[in-house]
Design a protein around this ligand. Structure first.
Ligand SMILES: [Zn+2]
Ligand SMILES: [Zn+2]
Length: 135
């Protein structure tokens, strides 16, 4: 029995499965690979820290059953859990955000950059240029 498990519910089974696949079925604490059914979604804190205010992916960790028990029973300090969130790779963070429906403000390129010019310069010099030389 595990009385604290209820703290960590709140997503649908379909969503949970997507989150587990997004972390490549790898526990975010012990970094071992597990079947989906052995992974659980942990909610870091009921408190809303600044990084969690807009980004729901900052509130969760995807961990194996053993580590999940560990997190609650030790317990693993919230500061360490938040550090694990911050250490996520770009792609995992991006996928988790997508699944949870969080869209960071889109990046807008500054207006003064001429993209076609940069493109031409790159390919002219390194790609087409070297091709012509060799042929
Ligand atoms: Zn684990
Ligand atoms: Zn938990």
């Amino acid at each position: 029995m595990d009385m604290q498990k209820n703290d960590c519910r709140g997503t649908s089974p379909v969503l949970e499965k997507k989150l587990k696949i997004a972390v490549e079925q790898t526990c975010e604490l012990c970094h071992e690979y597990f079947p989906v059914s052995f992974l659980e979604i942990h909610t870091i804190s009921r408190r809303t820290y600044k990084e969690m205010a807009r980004d729901p992916s900052a509130r969760i960790l995807i961990v194996c059953h053993t580590c999940h028990n560990h997190i609650h029973r030790l317990p693993v300090p919230v500061g360490k859990q938040r550090a694990l969130v911050k250490a996520r790779s770009f792609y995992i963070r991006r996928d988790l955000r997508r699944i949870l429906g969080y869209k960071p403000k889109p990046y807008r390129a500054p207006d003064d950059i001429n993209i076609p010019l940069v493109y031409d310069e790159y390919f002219g010099r390194y790609s087409w240029g070297s091709y012509r030389l060799s042929g």
